[in-house]
Design a protein around this ligand. Structure first.
Ligand SMILES: [Zn+2]
Ligand SMILES: [Zn+2]
Length: 115
């Protein structure tokens, strides 16, 4: 018989541990701590930097202290199709608010209305 080990820390599993099990990947862990650390790593979990949410994902913005999903649907430049759009600035045009994204390659600016 093969002794079972924690998928994260590789300790042999014992009855006395706070045993955890992932139904998704069918592996056991010795503790919630090990399970959480493993899941965070596997799913490439990072702490979201609220001063720079755009660094983590183009699709999040902060307004009134709350997080919103941007209306930008595709961050590839629709003009050159070679580069990704980068968030540039917010702008108000004819009393409508926009997020403006700019292509690093061709310089195309994409206006996305904030609604
Ligand atoms: Zn463990
Ligand atoms: Zn472009």
């Amino acid at each position: 018989m093969e002794k079972l080990k924690c998928e994260k820390c590789k300790k042999h599993l014992r009855e006395s541990m706070e045993l955890q099990y992932s139904k998704e990947i069918c592996v056991p862990f010795c503790s919630k701590k090990c399970a959480n650390e493993y899941y965070c790593k596997e799913f490439r979990n990072v702490t979201l930097d609220i001063k720079n949410t755009r660094a983590a994902s183009m699709l999040y913005m902060i307004r009134d202290g709350k997080l919103y999903h941007s209306n930008l649907e595709d961050d590839w430049c629709c003009k050159c199709r070679k580069e990704q759009l980068i968030f540039s600035r917010y702008a108000t045009i004819e009393s409508k608010e926009y997020e403006i994204f700019k292509c690093n390659g061709c310089g195309h600016e994409e206006l996305v209305e904030i609604v």
